[in-house]
Design a protein around this ligand. Structure first.
Ligand code: F6P
Length: 547
């Protein structure tokens, strides 16, 4: 995808957007809505059962036109086609980017180095389904012949966040007789707390790691093996019944002592943060069963097809990406709050943090030139309505502009009295309050004392998207994740960066490997770091041996 287009800020559409921004920066959403009573019905898009209202963004028809022009000038269409056809668009790692192949239906074909990867995907899916059915039915037994009751996924980053998020999101559909836990942190407490009340004879570990070299995961995996073997007096034959692996690295899996017959593979063209629907989703399939898992893949695919084939003005991920670029690069927003009004999506913001920021947190273009514009904003969030009683104050009245994505559903998965209507009233109210606020006149008219008026004014003009769908099903989760995946892709394509590498995580990993022996050494190590790091290491060594 090495590009011949000129620097982004030199594109005609970018320059036009900069001029346009100067002209409309004082416009208020109150005015925009007053001028156009149909605005709330015009700035919307709908596809695959997802409804997007983006009318509460600080845009006009012209803004949208220019943003669409920017997409065109950035060769977004060509870049989408390059991804879907298996071109090696991850240029710094010379890899194809084909998470979309993971949800292609049987019989489809995408070639990578002359091989049809879709048939390989389905072979793994079938193997996962067979294994899941055996565990769920009790046919797969532990070393002593007991049923498996507990499943622990050990992984980190993309090998953890997707599985945890999906497990929580789809709990309603999960097998409640099985206990699922997720261990990611190298802080031993994560492992200890996940296992303290479990019986090893009934526990299955899934060691999930694309590389099978990640320090945290391998450290936890070794502790898991020790924990298990302690129960079986060190009999390593137990490992085969209690450990399976998900990885691209058969050699390392085997070296760890897991039979590759118990390994579920994926491929280097699946990025870690795009892997929740690869074999990395094994824990998800074990929880919700193969049929629900396939429904989730169908949802992903439906959104893929929408993204691939729909004109940009009606294309949900493209619209969301363009609005994010507008908010980030022209309005100066530095973060995006993702606010699901659905408790099952409580881990969705954490999942999105890796997807968005590991993908688009980049400072150079594809050809290595330093960018002269902002790339990924910081993503964060919490489920509503909890956030309303903590950080929403800053969104409403703070000094920063924080665009919000509200996500909500027409139906609760379990109805409970008036709860869902109250929940939904809150999501609509928040978006309304953020956009329109409350003027000093309105505050005064309520009889507020003059001294309090400034404190009670809400400026409004805070942008938000509202995403609505009927209910949170496995299929809908697939659509929602694909929506953000493709929005991230579109932003990266326009910023002309490599959204699929992650060199920024390397330096810390290398330094940590150097420091570990300095902390563990029995003799006082010769330290060659900066004076602060040297001092902290000395301090830690003292603290750890304090009586
Ligand atoms: O360190 C970052 C990272 O490489 C992520 O991109 C990845 O999802 C995570 O670590 C885990 O990697 P692995 O699956 O190879 O253990």
């Amino acid at each position: 995808m090495a590009t011949k287009i000129k620097s982004l800020t030199q594109c005609a559409a970018w320059k036009a957007l900069a001029t346009h921004h100067k002209q409309i920066q004082k416009l208020h959403l109150r005015k925009l809505f007053a001028k156009d009573p149909k605005r709330g019905q015009r700035f919307i898009a709908e596809a695959a059962g997802l409804f997007l209202d983006y009318s509460k963004n600080r845009i006009t028809d012209k803004t949208l036109k220019l943003l669409l022009q920017l997409a065109k000038e950035s060769n977004l269409r060509g870049k989408i086609d390059a991804m879907f056809s298996g071109k090696k668009i991850n240029v710094t790692e010379n890899r194809a980017v084909l998470h979309v192949a993971l949800r292609e239906p049987k019989g489809a074909s995408i070639l990578v180095d002359g091989k049809n990867v879709v048939s390989e995907v389905h072979a793994v899916l079938d193997k996962m389904a067979e294994f899941s059915n055996r565990v769920r039915s009790g046919e797969w037994k532990g070393f002593t012949g007991k049923h498996i009751k507990n499943i622990i996924n050990i992984g980190i980053g993309g090998s953890d966040l997707g599985p945890v998020m999906a497990y929580e999101a789809l709990k309603h559909y999960s097998e409640r007789n099985l206990t699922f836990r997720f261990v990611s942190n190298v802080d031993g407490i994560d492992f200890v707390e996940a296992t303290h009340d479990l019986d090893p004879t009934e526990t299955l570990f899934i060691i999930s790691s694309k590389t099978f070299t990640t320090l945290e995961t391998m450290t936890n995996a070794r502790s898991a093996r020790d924990w298990l073997l302690a129960k079986f007096s060190g009999d390593v034959k137990a490992v085969a019944k209690h450990f399976v692996a998900v990885s691209t690295n058969a050699e390392k899996v085997s070296a760890f002592g897991i039979d590759t017959a118990n390994m579920f593979v994926f491929w280097d063209w699946v990025g870690g943060r795009y892997s929740m629907d690869s074999a990395i989703g094994l824990s998800t399939m074990l929880a919700i069963g193969p049929t629900n898992y396939r429904a989730m893949l169908t949802g992903f695919h439906e959104l893929d097809e929408h993204f691939r084939t729909t004109s940009f003005e009606n294309n949900l991920p493209v619209l969301m990406a363009l609005l994010s670029i507008w908010n980030t690069d022209f309005l100066g927003a530095e973060t995006v709050a993702v606010l699901p009004y659905e408790q099952y999506l409580k881990r969705f913001p954490a999942y999105l943090q890796q997807l968005t920021m590991e993908s688009n947190g980049k400072h150079v273009t594809l050809d290595g030139k330093k960018v002269d514009y902002q790339t990924s904003p910081v993503y964060w969030g919490e489920p509503g309505t909890n956030g309303q009683h903590s950080f929403y104050q800053l969104i409403h009245q703070g000094t920063r502009l924080i665009p919000c994505d509200f996500i909500a559903f027409g139906q609760a998965l379990t109805k409970l009295g008036r709860h869902h209507d109250i929940l939904m009233a809150n999501v609509f109210a928040q978006a309304e309050a953020l956009a329109f606020g409350k003027t000093a006149e309105e505050v005064k008219a309520e009889g507020t004392a003059d001294s309090l008026v400034p404190h009670r004014v809400f400026e409004g003009n805070r942008p938000s998207n509202t995403i609505l769908a009927e209910k949170l099903t496995p299929e809908m989760l697939g659509k929602l994740v694909a929506l953000y995946e493709h929005s991230v892709f579109t932003q990266g394509a326009i910023w002309n960066i490599d959204s699929f590498d992650q060199w920024g995580v390397e330096l810390g990993k290398v330094l940590a490997q150097r420091i570990v022996p300095e902390l563990e050494s029995k003799t006082v190590p010769k330290l060659k770091h900066d004076s602060s790091t040297n001092n902290l290491i000395r301090c830690y060594r003292k603290l750890k041996s304090a009586k």
